[in-house]
Ligand binder design. Structure first.
Ligand code: NAP
Length: 273
């Protein structure tokens, strides 16, 4: 796995903090768990597969931080609540909760089964509520920062993604509602919206060929995929007191993807005549 930036950005920003990261066995969420740990947080990590989450936990522990890694399916509220309780008992009240468990695939709506749609809603949307809700009793109040991982498709419709985009749109509204209700307790709730991030399971599924990758980059205003440092810099901002007056917002870290097609063809002025 590539090296992450661990210095030059307030390396002890999260010293003494406790974090719970859901969906942390790979990709963006694992990179966030590693970055929070590198900034000083003790990290509890969960995902569905015991084997994958234990391997991810061992990776974070090898980098020098205390870790709790547990298998739990975010669709199972009691299983998630048990991990949140164990994390708080072992490390103390939760300062940071990152909710990023998700499943995704390309499927034209006319070929998507009702069960396929429901499965993605169950994991991404209901699972997200379960993670945030199950954490609530164990949060540091005041002071906790919660953020969910959403996507540009929550706001911008796209082809073959009705299931994931509908789920992510629900996540954006969930964080706004929770920010209103939990703000008086000193709890902030936001969302982080990555654009296409290199070397992730998500992008290897959604842009599987080099041609598709080039086509997607050509449409992005910043003309490149993001990397783990790009997205974990934004996560560190939301996790820490740097964002202490920020709640109920979606932080777009997407190279401008949500703005629309910025390819040369789309931008060239119409011919005069
Ligand atoms: P990923 O590595 O596949 O991450 C998904 C994680 O969710 C895995 O750790 C997976 O672990 C876990 N998970 C799946 N179903 C679960 C369940 N039922 N219960 C508990 N954990 C479950 O994918 P990624 O591409 O890095 O994406 C991470 C997040 O960023 C997702 O929320 C995704 O929608 C979002 N995002 C990604 C991109 C991108 O460029 N990749 C762009 C925009 C948004 P197990 O298999 O062990 O359960």
């Amino acid at each position: 796995m590539e090296t992450l930036a661990t210095s030059g950005f307030a390396p002890d920003l999260l010293q003494g903090k406790v974090a719970l990261v859901a969906g942390a066995s790979s990709g963006i969420n694992l990179a966030i768990a590693r970055r929070l740990a590198a900034a000083g947080a003790r990290v509890a990590m969960l995902s569905r597969s015991a084997e994958r989450i234990e391997a991810a936990g061992a990776l974070v522990a090898a980098e020098g931080q205390e870790v709790l890694a547990r298998a739990a399916d975010v669709r199972d509220f009691d299983a998630v609540a048990a991990v949140a309780a164990e994390a708080a008992q072992r490390f103390g009240p939760l300062d940071i909760v990152v909710s990023g468990a998700a499943g995704n695939f390309h499927a034209p709506a006319a070929h998507l089964s009702a069960n396929g749609f429901k499965t993605v809603i169950d994991i991404d949307l209901i699972g997200n509520f379960n993670v945030l809700r199950a954490s609530f009793e164990h949060l540091r109040k005041p002071g906790a920062s919660l953020f969910s991982i959403t996507a540009p498709g929550a706001e911008v419709p796209g082809l073959f993604q009705v299931h994931a985009n509908a789920a992510k749109a629900g996540i954006n509204m969930t964080v706004r509602c929770l920010a209103m209700e939990w703000g008086p307790a000193g709890v902030r709730v936001n969302a982080l919206s990555p654009g296409p991030i290199a070397n992730t399971p998500g992008m290897s599924k959604l842009a599987a060929s080099p041609e598709r990758e080039q086509a997607l980059k050509a449409r992005l205003p910043l003309r490149r995929y993001g990397d783990f440092d790009d997205i974990t810099n934004a996560a560190l901002f939301l996790a820490s007191d740097l964002s202490r007056y920020v709640t109920g917002t979606v932080l777009d870290c997407d190279g401008g993807m949500r703005l629309g097609d910025a390819s040369a063809d789309a931008l060239s002025p119409p011919a005069r005549g």
